[in-house]
Every structure is written in C-alpha cells, then in structure tokens.
Design a protein around this ligand. Structure first.
Ligand SMILES: NC(=O)c1ccc[n+]([C@@H]2O[C@H](COP(=O)([O-])OP(=O)(O)OC[C@H]3O[C@@H](n4cnc5c(N)ncnc54)[C@H](O)[C@@H]3O)[C@@H](O)[C@H]2O)c1
Length: 342
C-alpha cells in the first residue's frame, strides 16, 4: 500500500502524513510550497516529516510539484505503485477567493482533475479528497446535513469544492472509482494556518494589535480539532466508498449513490459563538484582546454546524475534542514555534 498525499506540507496534509508514517505506511507527499502563507511554516512541517521518515525506514518521499502540471503528475503516478490517494492540496480560504479567483480554478479544478484522471488511469483503490463546509453556502437550516441540497454557494472557493464532489461522482459512476469527499469544518490546532482566526487572533493579541471581529462578533463556528480530523481520515482511508444497494434514484440521497461514492461532514457538531472562542484564547494567553468590530465579509457565512450522523454510522466515529483543550494545545505550539516570551 502506497498512499499519495497532496498538500503534504499544508496544515492537514502534514498531520495526516505524520500519522501515516508513524503508523508504518509508505507515503508520497506532493506540495508546491506556494506563498499563500509563509512558506517557512510549510518547510518546517516538511523537515519534521523528513526527520521522522529517516527513523522509519525511509517511509516518506517528498516531491515538490504543482497539481496543475499534468505532465509531472502523470510521471509521479507512472513512477510509483500508488494504491490510495488523499487530495488535500487546494487553494484554501473563502475571503481570498474574492480577490484571487484564478488560483482556485488552477488548483481546485485543474489540479483536482489532473489527480482524479490519474486515479482512474491507475485504478486507485480509494480516492479521498477535501471538500468543505463552504459547500453549504447560503443554507441556514442547521445542523448542515449531507442530505441537504448544496446548490447555493456564496464564494468561488465553495463552488470549486462542490464541483469536486460532482466530478468525483462522475468518476465513481463512469469508472467505478471509489471516492470519498470530506466536508471539513474550520479545522484548527498546532501547526495551523496563519490565515485562520485562531492564528490571527493569537498573533495579534501577543503583539498588542487589534483583532478583526467580523459580523460584529455575531458568528458561530463548528471548530474541529486537527487530531479528530486525522482520526477520521485514518479510518476512512481503509474503508473505500461502496455503492448503496438500496439507492433510490427517484428520491436521491446526495451523500451516496448507486456507484462507489460518499460525501461526509467531518465537523465537531458543537458550534461555538465567536465571542466565546475569543474569550477562551484570552484565557489561555492570560491577556485581553483589543477588538475591532467589522461587518460580515463578502463570501463569508454567519454560522456553520455539522450534522455528525452519517459519518458516525459509516465509521463509528465522532470528533470530541473541546475547544478549551484545542486552543490550549495550539497556544503551547505557537509560543514554542515562534519563541514567544509571554
Ligand atoms: N483547514 C480548514 O479549516 C479547512 C476547512 C475546509 C476545507 N479544507 C480543505 O482541506 C484541505 C487542506 O487544507 P489546509 O488547511 O491544510 O490548507 P493548507 O493551505 O495549509 O494546505 C494546502 C497545501 O496545498 C498546497 N497546494 C496548494 N495548491 C497546490 C497546487 N496547485 N499544487 C501543489 N500543492 C498545492 C499548499 O502549498 C499547501 O501546503 C484543502 O483542500 C482545504 O480547502 C480545510
């Protein structure tokens, strides 16, 4: 079994690759180390993976490559006996997609296509990919269920993730490729992304700068701890999507199909008001934040809330880390990594 992880030096890809190596798997990691955020953080993650693999009989090979380069992606699949693929490389971020749409088309559509085409060509046993809670777009019915329609995206980012699900279904149907899409909900934790709230708030508070509180603080997020996400992914890799034998085409269920296709939420199912999240950060840092209240940003949504049932039925797993623990783990990592005195 050789697992290809794309976005291996990204936040989630790093944690997944680390867990896979530690569990004795052979992993090939791809990343283009782009500068959407500080590439030094990506390189630091990568150095940990390289060090770990030297202790684990060289179980990890890193290839710097861009998903949109079809020739290179084809060569990677031709040169290695890849059996499983986890596609985490993407242009992430809702707000950035308003100003930089091209990069979402390149990575999330062309890049995704180049990977799934190779999964078809090489008859990969299981193709997993990152979708997002952003596919729920303008929906206000909570919790967000995989059975709800997701036809009203409010950001190009969300639209590309929904496209990924549609493309995956087509490949599951036409080529019998087992595909599983995971709708992640605001993943946070050590080695987290510098463009996300926990990182931005922690940094600003420590530097005595104001934090930007959007929608005047009236936001609710289903924050999901990284270890829970990795736990779920580790179960899922070894459980390829199957077809649903009693699938009813006249009343279609959007999380499964007559072909080997699944889509699941991977969220904490315990939404936290943004102001409570900020209070927890302040508590953990022992310092108050200066707050700058701002309106809701374009492309953003006021609330996310994941329904846990379908994933729980499928792998008997539900995320369960509290934000108190998660925030504290993040801050411990942040202070250590950035050598912060406080
Ligand atoms: N973190 C979250 O809260 C969250 C929520 C929903 C969905 N997701 C999705 O999960 C996946 C992983 O997210 P993350 O938080 O780890 O983000 P990340 O930005 O830390 O990781 C993505 C990695 O992919 C790489 N990459 C981007 N485009 C590439 C390309 N064209 N070719 C090769 N490498 C490329 C980047 O350099 C980066 O290291 C993404 O698909 C993201 O959209 C994340």
């Amino acid at each position: 079994m050789i697992i290809l992880v794309t976005g291996a030096s990204g936040f989630i890809g790093f944690h997944l690759t680390k867990k896979l190596i530690e569990s004795g798997n052979s992993v090939i990691g791809i990343d283009n180390l782009n500068n959407y955020y500080d590439p030094n953080l990506k390189i630091a993650r990568l150095n940990i993976l390289k060090k770990l693999s030297s202790k684990n009989e060289k179980k990890f090979k890193f290839i710097k490559a861009d998903l949109k380069n079809r020739k290179i992606i084809d060569e990677i699949f031709d040169n290695h006996e890849i059996t499983h693929v986890v596609n985490l490389a993407a242009q992430a971020g809702v707000r950035y997609s308003i100003t930089n749409p091209d990069s979402y088309i390149d990575s999330n559509l062309i890049g995704f296509f180049n990977i799934i085409e190779n999964c078809k060509r090489k008859k990969i046993k299981h193709f997993l990919y990152a979708s997002s809670s952003s596919v729920y777009g303008g929906n206000t019915k909570t919790p967000f269920s995989e059975l709800d329609t997701v036809d009203h995206p409010v950001s190009l980012y969300g639209a590309t993730k929904k496209c990924n699900e549609l493309i995956a279904h087509t490949y599951s149907h036409l080529y019998n490729l087992p595909t599983t899409g995971l709708r992640f909900f605001t993943v946070y934790g050590p080695w987290g992304r510098p463009d996300m709230a926990l990182f931005l708030f922690t940094k600003a508070i420590l530097e005595n700068k104001p934090i930007k509180v959007f929608n005047e603080g009236n936001m609710v997020r289903d924050f999901t701890y990284i270890d829970d996400v990795i736990h779920g992914l580790m179960y899922l890799i070894n459980k390829p999507a199957t077809n649903k034998s009693d699938f009813n085409k006249s009343e279609p269920d959007s999380s499964s199909s007559w072909c080997p296709y699944k889509v699941f939420n991977l969220g904490n199912s315990n939404p936290i008001p943004l102001m409570d999240f900020i209070k927890e950060i302040e508590k953990s840092l022992g310092k108050s934040a200066k707050k700058e209240y701002l309106p809701l940003q374009q492309g953003d949504v006021p609330a996310t809330f994941s329904a846990p049932d379908l994933l729980n039925e499928w792998i008997n797993f539900k995320p369960n880390t509290s934000v108190q623990k998660g925030i504290s783990e993040f801050i411990t990592w942040y202070k250590d990594f950035y050598k912060t005195k406080i």
